[in-house]
Write a protein that binds this ligand. Structure first.
Ligand code: ADP
Length: 401
């Protein structure tokens, strides 16, 4: 069975065609700058690739191009579009309604694009547009699945997701902690259980997804019980351009002092804070680490503040779960930054967390157990693969029809 995985943004469309017989990627690519001008990058399994500038006015044009790339020309990988059995779409927000991966119907597209628009204004509407465009191109007979970033966290208990503001706002506007990166945390925690050779139902895992956006999740017996991102992806730890959690009164104070509108404050918190705001130099953790090692005070402060925050969340989630069996580092920073893993896990032996520094260096960027021999808690580097989980979910959904 071949499954197409789609991750759509407002002007982009990432895709992967996965052969589910061995879960291998047959082809993948990205259509960017839809509605602006247009660039397509298309790669096939043997490493050959093509990059071309071509205008795409709408997502429908992008899907038509994608189909033509997959089926015709030198880098074609299938002879007919009918070989694609199903399509899995990544979706940012499913609110409280979509607790699991769901077959896409008109109602689902409407909910994603309209009903939950305010919950994910930058992602949900274009994702709904992409679903409709995809259906127009592939036809209604090809089943499509919606895999939500929020759904894994729908198991959080009310005491973990509620905010201490008047309850009527939860009822009226559904304001609560939702959490994101659910697909990654689900993939990573399942992989940890596999590597430990234990059923996930017996494990307490803290999954640290650290990239441009970062979130940490407490996974107890395979279920998310708490997570750092909140109503939006802004909460939690310092990120590339997002502030992470701050005292909410700072928002009001700054708006008043600087005369900022809500939209300007939103931009400040989401685009001008985090690594770039603190360091003043870069949104990229590699630059932060390099500058920090070269003695730049603000870059060093940024790096240390992030590591300290992660450490605190690990402590908090260990308390929340009454213990922890494994810590997983994933995402661009979690997988690639040995300095971060080392500092986060330093002086954590009280909790049983201790990494082997040689293994941490040796297996940087690879999936591996990096725990010290005498550690009570296992620490792993895991390579996240959200596309594969979307494909697996889509396959399971199609087989259940
Ligand atoms: P996204 O959240 O957009 O998916 P990624 O998971 O790709 O982002 O993570 C991007 C982050 O990973 C960037 O801050 C980048 O600097 C960081 N990163 C990638 N490689 C390294 C590395 N070798 N050392 C430190 N950080 C790295």
């Amino acid at each position: 069975m071949k499954i197409l995985v789609i991750n759509a943004g407002s002007s982009s469309l990432k895709y992967q065609l996965i052969d589910m017989t061995d879960e291998s990627v047959i082809a993948k690519g990205n259509v960017e700058r839809i509605g602006v001008d247009g660039i397509i990058t298309h790669k096939v399994a043997d490493g050959r690739s093509v990059k071309e500038n071509k205008p795409f006015a709408t997502h429908k044009d992008a899907f038509e191009e994608l189909v033509s790339r997959l089926t015709t020309g030198e880098l074609a990988v299938i002879s007919n579009i009918n070989e694609i059995a199903a399509i899995g779409h990544r979706v940012l927000h499913g609110s409280e309604k979509y607790k699991v991966t769901t077959l896409i119907t008109d109602e689902v597209i409407y909910d994603i694009g309209v009903t939950f628009k305010d919950l994910g204004p930058l992602h949900n509407p274009p994702q709904a547009v992409a679903m409709q465009a995809c259906r127009d191109v592939f036809g209604a007979e090809v089943p499509m699945a919606a895999v939500f970033d929020t759904s894994f966290h729908q198991t959080m208990p009310d005491k973990a997701y509620i905010f201490g503001i008047p309850y009527e706002y939860y009822e009226k506007y559904h304001i609560r902690r939702y959490g994101f990166h659910g697909t990654s945390h689900r993939f990573v925690s399942a992989r940890v259980a596999e590597l430990m050779g234990k059923p996930i139902e017996e494990l307490k895992i803290i999954s640290c997804h650290l990239g441009n956006g970062s979130s940490i999740t407490a996974v107890n017996k395979g279920k998310s019980v708490d997570t750092t991102m909140g109503f939006t992806p802004l909460d939690g730890v310092i990120m590339g351009t997002r502030s992470g959690g701050i005292d909410p009164s700072v928002v009001l104070y700054l708006m008043e002092k600087e005369g900022l509108t809500p939209a300007e404050m939103n931009t400040l918190l989401n685009k001008k804070s985090g690594f770039i705001g603190l360091s003043g130099k870069s949104t990229d953790s590699r630059d932060i680490v390099d500058l920090s090692l070269a003695g730049d005070y603000r870059a060093s402060l940024t790096a240390h503040a992030l590591r300290y925050q992660i450490k605190k969340y690990i402590g908090a989630y260990t308390a929340a779960m009454n213990g922890v069996d494994a810590i997983a580092f994933t995402g661009g920073i979690g997988e690639n930054s040995l300095h971060l893993r080392s500092e986060v896990c330093e002086d954590m032996d009280y909790l049983g967390i201790k990494i082997d520094e040689e293994l941490n260096v040796k297996y940087d960027r690879q999936e591996h157990d990096i725990s010290a021999a005498d550690a009570r808690v296992k620490t792993f580097i895991i390579k996240t693969n959200e596309e594969l989980l979307i494909a697996r979910d889509t396959k399971a959904l199609v087989e259940s029809l």
